[in-house]
Write a protein of this length. Structure first.
Ligand code: ADP
Length: 746
């Protein structure tokens, strides 16, 4: 029983032990589970705590941001307030300014209703009530027209309103001047803004209009006075010119008579003073014409090279007095026949060459004409004409000054030169009028070079025969101490196909082997041995080639030249055409068989004299004219007036007519028209007519040329030009006028 009890106790103990073990194991498991759960919980708690930290930081920054925004908002509100204040202030200032200005200012909206207008605007239109915001523009206009606030003249009010409304529809609205009932003038300036608003300005221009009217009146008065001045000048010029023509012409003739030294001095003084006076009158006249814009150009065909030579011929005496050489270098490849106003061209050249001669005590004056390589329009030639001298020059600071009117280089040195100081001013104006340019390069003490650039139409018709000279000569010798002359001649002769050798003096020329040259050209005036003695020496060594003597005074050497073996004398400066003509003639004479000679040229006896008719009413002028041409072999008839000229034209059939313009009974223009009409009816050839005019006043040239006159010369008459005119117009069926006449040899 004890055992049983022991057993039961052991059993109980074992059960208890197992139960305790099981409980221990469960405890252990639960403890582990708890631990794991605890760990998870801890991790979760950590995450939560981290999140809390982040959220807290976020919340903090949001609070911060919110505070910032609050500050900003206050700033913006303040800025806005300030801006508002500024806008109001600017508007107030603008408006005050608009109210202060005298001019009217109004703004209309896109529907053309008045938005605002300043007081000036409203007052301008008599302060009418309708001028208030909201009123339509067209109603305002209609009111203006109906109430007579605006002087619309003879216009229908509706038409006027319609026109003014149409005006507002334009893209660029032209200003409109309206006259108010009280005589004020308002200029309306309107502009459509981008948003459709119309800004309208109303300027009171009454004073300006009054001033303009006053100016207009004064201008009319001034024009009338100017016309009176021009008319007075025209009359005076004619009145002074006619007797001066007598004085200068007679003095010129008197110079050719036997005079004592003293008498010669007196006569020459009379002549040069008279000529100076005429130059001054011309300058003053021209200047006043240019000033009144009355100077018109009359372009016709003319020979530029010949014009240059004519100018030089006139200036030759003054150049010769000082031993200043006058030379021309006209580019060989240029045409010579151009279309321009020949008398104005001559005037430009005379001024420039005249100055060059005047301001050159010794040395030379060279007129050079070259083409410009620039592309001229079809039918035009760009020309550069330079007048170079070896004279006193112009100080650099005076170069621009001298082209102004009455401007001369000041100082003692200039006092000894006469002049009005108008020449270059006129020359510049003329060159401008021709569309050209003028300039000067100068070195004081060394010389000046005046240049002009012109683009002139070429007269192709006249120029087609330009200088393609043919000659049987092959070689030529030139003797001249002037290098420029040698160069020019060399160029000209090479153009004819000649091989040229040039020598500086007689010694060099005589050192060449004889018989080498087919043609010899020598200058007359050379140091050591002159041209005549050289000719003699060349003949003495058996030279048979023609010898041409170049001299500025052919008549002085004509008798002596033959004896020295000179074949022909050429006038210096040398006209290219003339040189070629003479050489061509010599060539023809050489080629013509001797047997044929008696028939060519025709014996003088079988040819008639050239008939020249001169219409001139003034007896003194007739006498001067007769004396000037007395050495020419011509048949000269005078007519006392235009009517007599027309009668004599029919009776004598002249080859050339000189026509004075102002004559009693019938003037020169009328007579010329009558002669042209007679020629037309009869179908005869046109006789060249040369007008003799006083220095032409505005419009004269037009009328002269319209009357069928071909040339004109201005008075006082110049022997060289009159004779040149006769010679160059002599028909080849008559005895050449410069043939020595029986009367002369007798
Ligand atoms: P004028 O010759 O009547 O005095 P211009 O207008 O023709 O008037 O010339 C103005 C001035 O320009 C002259 O007075 C002279 O001082 C200067 N001048 C003109 N041409 C020359 C020249 N070739 N050489 C030196 N000076 C000159």
């Amino acid at each position: 029983m004890a055992e049983e009890a022991t057993h039961a106790l052991a059993e109980l103990l074992a059960k208890e032990r197992r139960a305790r073990l099981a409980a221990e194991r469960l405890l252990d498991q639960k403890q582990r589970e708890l631990f794991t759960a605890n760990k998870k919980l801890a991790a979760h708690a950590r995450v939560l705590s981290d999140e809390i930290i982040v959220k807290r930081a976020e919340a903090k920054s949001l609070v911060h941001e919110a505070e910032g925004l609050k500050g900003e908002n206050t700033q913006v509100r303040e800025d806005l307030k300030r801006a508002n204040h500024q806008v109001v202030q600017a508007e107030r200032r603008l408006w005050e300014a608009l109210e202060t200005i005298q001019d009217g200012f109004g703004v209309f909206n896109a529907k053309n209703q008045l938005v605002i207008a300043n007081q000036a605007y409203i007052q301008m239109f008599d302060g009418i009530e309708a001028l208030k915001p909201g009123t339509k523009y067209q109603d305002i206009l209609r009111l203006f027209a109906d109430e007579g606030l605006i002087d619309i003249g003879m216009d229908d009010p509706e038409d006027w309103v319609a026109r003014m409304l149409k005006r507002w529809e334009q893209e660029a609205i032209e200003p409109e001047i309206i006259k108010l009932w009280n005589g004020s003038f308002i200029k309306l300036i309107d502009r459509r803004a981008r948003d459709g608003d119309m800004v309208s300005l109303a300027l009171n221009i009454t004073e300006t209009i009054r001033y303009e009217e006053q100016l207009k009146e004064e201008r009319t008065r001034a024009d009338a006075a100017n016309r009176a001045k021009s008319a007075f000048l025209a009359n005076m010029s004619h009145e002074i010119r006619t007797p001066m023509n007598g004085v200068v012409g007679m003095a010129d003739l008197l110079c050719d008579t036997a005079l004592s030294e003293e008498q010669r001095l007196y006569v020459e003084t009379i002549k040069s003073s008279g000529e100076n006076l005429l130059v001054i009158i011309n300058d003053v006249l021209d200047y006043s014409k240019i000033e009144a814009q009355k100077l018109n150009l009359h372009p016709i065909s003319f020979d530029l090279e010949r014009s240059i030579h004519e100018v030089l011929l006139l200036l030759k005496p003054s150049a010769q007095e000082k031993s200043v050489d006058l030379m021309v270098d006209f580019d060989m490849f240029l045409p010579t026949q151009f279309i321009a106003d020949p008398s104005r061209m001559r005037q430009i050249l005379t001024n420039l060459v005249g100055n060059a001669v005047k301001f050159t005590p010794k040395g030379h004056v060279l007129v050079r004409v070259t083409g410009i390589a620039e592309l001229a329009p079809e039918g035009f030639q760009d020309l550069r004409i330079t007048v170079e001298d070896s004279g006193i020059g112009i100080p650099a600071d005076m170069v621009d000054h001298i082209f102004g009117e009455f401007n001369q280089v000041e100082g003692e040195r200039n006092r000894k030169f006469e002049g009005t100081g108008l020449g270059l001013a006129i020359t510049k104006q003329l060159v401008d009028l021709m569309g050209g340019e003028i300039w000067v390069d100068s070195i004081e003490g060394e010389g000046s070079s005046f240049g002009i650039k012109l683009s002139l139409p070429v007269d192709e018709a006249q120029d087609c025969d330009t200088l393609h000279p043919i000659t049987p000569f092959r070689t030529a010798m030139i003797v001249d101490d002037q290098q420029i002359n040698r160069l020019i001649l060399e160029k000209q002769l090479s153009m004819m196909g000649l091989t040229v050798s040039a020598w500086r003096n007689a010694t060099e020329a005589l050192a060449t082997a004889p018989g080498q040259y087919d043609l010899i050209l020598t200058d007359f005036k050379m140091p050591e041995m002159d041209g005549l003695n050289l000719a003699k020496a060349l003949r003495a060594r058996g030279e048979t080639a023609p010898v041409l003597l170049l001299t500025s005074s052919p008549s002085e050497h004509s008798t002596h030249a033959k004896e020295c073996g000179v074949t022909s004398i050429l006038q210096k400066p040398l006209l290219r055409r003339e040189l070629y003509r003479r050489i061509a003639e010599l060539g023809e004479a050489m080629e013509t068989p001797r047997a044929a000679e008696p028939s060519t040229p025709k014996p003088l006896g079988t040819q008639r004299l050239m008939r020249v008719l001169a219409a001139e009413d003034n007896r003194t002028n007739q006498l001067v004219f007769r004396k000037m041409v007395q050495h020419l072999s011509i048949d000269l008839t005078f007519a006392k007036n235009g009517r007599e000229a027309v009668d004599l034209f029919q009776q004598t059939q002249p080859d050339f007519i000189f026509m004075d313009i102002s004559m009693p009974e019938m003037d020169g223009k009328e007579a010329s028209r009558a002669i042209r009409a007679l020629e037309e009816t009869a179908g005869t050839t046109r006789v060249p007519i040369c007008a003799l005019t006083a220095h032409a006043m505005a419009g004269d040239e037009d009328e002269i040329l319209a009357a069928g006159i071909d040339h004109y010369l201005t008075k006082p008459l110049r022997k060289a030009l009159i004779c040149g005119m006769i010679s160059s117009n002599a028909p080849n069926t008559t005895i050449p006028p410069d043939t020595v006449s029986a009367a002369d040899t007798a």
